[in-house]
Design a protein around this ligand. Structure first.
Ligand code: ATP
Length: 514
């Protein structure tokens, strides 16, 4: 645990020190759970968004994008169910006065049992060596089986009581499991209450006529209310999708995990409209497609897993999360939801407008079903950033801190250095930059010894360093150094563009999805 916490602290401080993420309003002591993306962070974030947008919109001729407004008619949030049901169960510890999400307290308890299982497996793997069969061990070891059963019982009881809004039972479960407040260590809990996560605001200048609005808690509704507009003007035929990237706001009860859970964040959502009855098939297809997208980035298949929901939201008939191994354990990164016709039917009812699709193939009108994929940009950022940050032992006994970002997402693709600040080398380096910058974000650095400059770029995640030296003046070649292998090679200036492009081109990365 301590190791995990140290790693997470390192991630947060590295993000600040290297200009990726700053606390919002820092000079005023910050604003809780709100963050600003800094000069390198914004580049990484934009690259993540581009990587998603290209995979969704550019590569699929039946998916189009929109950018709808954050302010929307307030009735939309009645129709979507957010006014009545977008709640989290809240519980306070009377001694520490700290507030928690009741379901998260229980999930954290379950995570501890999972950690025990994991430990048991690691121990057995060591004991049995090569002969170890993990699946068989999990299926037969009595302690593991007992712990698995305990997890299932706890989660299914929690799921049932939350679904039935039986908050007294959620509290009873917390008491039975003897869960203590991590701060005070006491079991002195208040009752569990529901807390609505939407931020309210007002539209209009005069107090009498002002209209109560909400800041959108998800981007999906902007897509649903534009379904007909897009379908008609784009002459879209089912199945088709509408994608959107945009800000969302949630007044989260507990937001202590850096950019993982913020009050203002960004989502990349895609709603895929399908024929009723085909949802199971599309659910599987999109689960698989989205997992391929993640794996195309090469961050290790073992760091992802599916988590199928026991407790379904009011709109869903199936739902799964893609969980990622963050520094604080496996947590939701993306959700894939089979939303049935809940949203469009509900907007039909509340707006009084017919929202249907005439399917020429079967000569029928219907309210389409919806398959949703929804991922947080900020969580993706944290996944990529934390997974890439490593302290590497070098052969000479020293260590280097390197941010092994997938090159396609790296903020700066190459840094160009003159070996020394004289003899025309800086001018030549700048000439190279002037040429490369049309295609890539490149940086110039002439300060300190080249070794230190390499380390600086390693920590920033720059895939290539290019050094201009005296030989360059004679034969127009430079040294290119690769971030991950630290290998150096002598190449012609005229080849730089091809070498860099090969490593960072979105096409080369997305093709791994095939
Ligand atoms: P959680 O259970 O962690 O609160 P959720 O199930 O409410 O998440 P969804 O409503 O499915 O999340 O939202 C889709 C995605 O948006 C999530 O998978 C996550 O990546 C992102 N997301 C949701 N809430 C936040 C938040 N407060 N801060 C950052 N990203 C978020």
């Amino acid at each position: 645990m301590a190791k995990q916490e140290d790693k997470f602290k390192k991630v947060i401080s590295h993000a600040k020190e290297y200009g990726y993420v700053f606390q919002s309003s820092e000079i005023y002591d910050g604003l809780s759970a709100v963050y600003d993306y800094a000069q390198n962070g914004v580049e990484l974030k934009n690259n993540i968004k581009e990587y998603w947008w290209k995979a969704m919109v550019q590569m699929n001729d039946n998916i189009v994008g929109i950018d709808s407004a954050i302010f929307m008619h307030p009735t939309i949030w009645k129709a979507s169910g957010h006014v009545d049901a977008f709640n989290d169960p809240l519980i306070d510890n009377k001694d520490s006065k700290k507030r928690y999400r009741a379901d998260v307290l229980i999930e954290d308890y379950v995570a501890k049992i999972e950690a025990k299982i994991e430990k048991e497996v690691t121990k057995a793997a060591k004991r049995f060596g090569d002969a170890f069969d993990k699946e068989q061990f999990i299926a037969t070891n009595p302690r593991v089986i007992a712990n698995q059963e305990k997890i299932t019982t706890i989660l299914s009881r929690m799921g049932k009581s939350l679904e039935a809004e039986d908050l007294a039972d959620v509290k009873a479960l917390i008491e039975e499991l003897e869960i203590v407040c991590p701060v005070s260590g006491s079991k002195n809990w208040t009752d569990v209450k529901q807390f609505n996560l939407m931020f309210g605001t007002k539209l209009g200048a005069s107090a009498d006529s002002a209209m109560d609005l909400y800041l959108r808690p998800e981007t999906a509704q902007g897509i649903f209310v534009n379904f007909l507009n897009v379908q008609k003007t784009g002459r879209m035929k089912i199945p088709f999708g509408i994608a959107q990237i945009g800000k969302a706001f949630r007044n989260e009860i507990v937001a202590r995990q850096f950019i993982f859970r913020q009050r203002e964040f960004e989502q990349m959502e895609m709603q895929f409209f399908i024929r009723p009855g085909s949802q199971k098939e599309w659910y599987e297809t999109w689960k698989e497609t989205r997992m391929k997208w993640h794996n195309s980035l090469g961050m290790g298949a073992e760091n992802y897993r599916f988590h199928d929901h026991d407790k379904l939201a009011h709109y869903a008939d199936a739902a799964a999360d893609i969980e990622f191994k963050f520094p604080f354990g496996f947590k939701e990164l993306e959700g894939i939801h089979s939303r049935t016709d809940f949203d469009l039917s509900s907007h039909e009812e509340y707006s009084g407008k017919k929202i249907q699709y005439f399917d020429h193939e079967i000569n029928e009108s219907y309210v389409p079903y919806v398959l949703e994929t929804s991922i947080g940009v900020d969580r993706m950022f944290l996944a990529v950033f934390s997974n890439s940050l490593v302290d590497e032992e070098l052969e000479n006994g020293s260590t280097r801190t390197v941010l092994k970002l997938p090159a396609v997402l790296a903020p700066t693709k190459a840094a160009v250095f003159p070996l020394v600040k004289k003899d025309g080398l800086p001018d030549l380096a700048k000439e190279i930059i002037d040429d490369l910058k049309w295609d890539f974000k490149v940086a110039y650095d002439e300060k300190d010894a080249v070794g230190r400059r390499y380390r600086r770029q390693d920590a920033l995640g720059t895939p290539f360093c290019i050094t201009v030296d005296h030989q360059t003046l004679e034969d127009k070649t430079v040294t290119i150094r690769h971030r991950d292998s630290m290998e150096q090679e002598r190449v012609a200036i005229s080849d730089l563009k091809i070498i860099i492009d090969d490593a960072v081109n979105v096409k080369n990365w997305l093709q791994k999805m095939k």
